[in-house]
Design a protein. Structure first.
Length: 487
């Protein structure tokens, strides 16, 4: 009996070892397949990159003279590098809204990419939730934690489940959760690290790169201290070091976003709006994530953009909410010099009805070689839309490439200012804001009148929603004047 028991125990141990070896081999095969899948994608990108380099060699002058920051933001290792602007990509938050890296400017930000099945990511998230976030919050640093595309080929929890498990549900505005696109993941994490983070300064510049914040937190805090200095942590009234934009004062924002319907009805469609938006017909809908898209292309030096932004902020605020709007002025050496206005650079816009995609291509700061310093490159949908619709046959050949440019879901188009910036000359932001309560003022006639047209154009792409806006009398008049239909 003793001998049989020993044999039984030996057989059990052998079977256990065999099962362990089989499980290890299966795990190794799964890991190899995952690595091969990621490597194949990386190898495909390398081939594509070689073709791009070859093409650049052929048209090097045109590519080299562009204002895009993509090439400058990547070092020899493929990572976005310290000292360069953070490459701008759009990402989706856990709540389903769309944000951009550019919209993070204005606050120091920890941009952290994770795989939700990764143990160091889980430990790092727990550490931040329990200890580290207090230090970051005290320094004014926000955290944006994004799940890498396809979770690096592994099956892990969703980012919302990950947040619930390791950080507990949080509605704090200084810790944002979301998902990175494939392009964004490959740009920020080309070597497929399980986690990698970037510390961004207020101006969107990369200040520090590392991984696993739970084990590198002391180094991260040192980088935060170097980043949040008196020069980079300037008071809200100071302009950004890379552009002439300062945060828009609340009196300016409130005046533009709370104009009563009675004022809009009283203004109606005044003659001051001599170039109202025009209707597009027969074009495919412009959408993103099931929502219609409003594209804006302009520049901070441009006085015509300056004039139109007042009306655009007013109209868009009827459908959603802006935050982090900037205040700036047009060039002081151009026509209508120093026209006070908003800037969309670094702003956020949320709406249940539409997506707003703004690009400010240049600052109001002269460049040493002439023109103005580059700010944001045109990319993706905005680039394609601008190239197609700000050109004949949609605009006259003499107006090709004009800014400001707005495309309202491919149904309504703005190319150039709707009214003259002359009416804003010499006025401060407070003076313009105060005028908006007087429907007889030339300022109000121009800004509110243009906003009425833009509002009707937006209502035509939001299927008449919200009804509280789209059923107003001034909207019906503007829609009829432009020939657009509001369902």
């Amino acid at each position: 009996m003793a001998k049989q028991g020993a044999q039984s125990r030996t057989t059990a141990r052998q079977q256990a070892r065999q099962r362990a070896r089989a499980e290890a081999r299966a795990a190794a095969r799964r890991q190899a397949r995952r690595q091969q899948h990621w490597w194949v994608r990386r190898r495909g990108l390398s081939i594509f990159g070689a073709l791009v380099v070859l093409a650049a060699a052929v048209v090097g002058i045109r590519l080299g003279t562009g204002s895009g920051s993509g090439a400058a933001a990547t070092g020899s290792s493929g990572l976005a590098t310290v000292g360069a602007p953070a490459p701008d990509f759009r990402f989706t938050t856990a709540s389903g809204t769309s944000e951009t890296v550019a919209s993070l400017r204005g606050h120091p930000t920890l941009l952290w990419f994770v795989a939700t099945w990764c143990s160091s990511c889980q430990a790092g998230t727990q550490f931040l939730a329990q200890q580290g976030m207090a230090s970051l919050r005290a320094a004014g640093v926000r955290v944006v934690e994004l799940e890498l595309y396809d979770d690096l080929g592994q099956s892990g929890p969703t980012i919302a489940q990950f947040q619930h498990a390791f950080a507990s549900p949080s509605t704090s505005t200084d810790w944002l959760w979301g998902n990175a696109s494939q392009a964004m993941s490959e740009r920020y994490d080309p070597k497929a690290y399980l986690d990698i983070y970037y510390l961004l300064g207020r101006n969107g510049q990369i200040r520090y790169v590392n991984s696993s914040p739970a084990s590198t937190f002391s180094e991260l805090l040192s980088a935060v201290e170097r980043t949040v200095t008196p020069s980079s942590a300037a008071p809200a009234s100071h302009a950004s070091p890379t552009t002439g934009v300062a945060p828009a004062p609340s009196v300016m924002v409130n005046a533009v976003t709370s104009v009563p319907s009675a004022i809009a009805d009283a203004v109606g469609l005044p003659p001051a709006v001599f170039a109202p938006p025009k209707r597009l017909s027969g074009q495919p809908p412009l959408t993103e994530g099931g929502k219609p898209v409003v594209i804006y292309v302009g520049a901070e030096f441009c006085p015509f953009c300056a004039a139109e932004r007042w009306a655009a902020v007013m109209a868009l605020s009827r459908f959603g909410t802006f935050s982090s709007l900037g205040e700036t002025h047009s060039s002081t050496s151009d026509v209508y010099p120093g026209t006070v206005t908003f800037s969309f650079y670094g702003s956020h816009y949320t709406s249940p009805y539409l997506v707003f995609d703004p690009t400010e291509t240049e600052t109001d700061i002269p460049a040493p070689a002439g023109g103005y310093t580059a700010l944001q490159p045109l990319t993706g949908l905005a680039k394609r839309t601008f190239a197609k619709y700000d050109a004949p046959p949609f605009v006259p050949a003499s107006s090709e490439g004009s800014i400001p440019f707005y495309d309202l879901g491919n149904k309504v188009l703005v190319s150039g200012a709707s009214y003259s910036p002359q009416v804003l000359q010499g006025l401060s932001a407070r003076q313009i804001s105060a005028d908006l309560s007087n429907p007889a003022s030339p300022v109000t006639q121009s800004i509110v009148g243009t906003a009425n047209y833009l509002t009707a154009g937006i209502c035509s792409i939001t299927v008449g929603q919200p009804a509280s806006v789209c059923q107003q009398p001034y909207v019906a008049k503007a829609a009829q004047a432009m020939g657009v239909t509001i369902p």
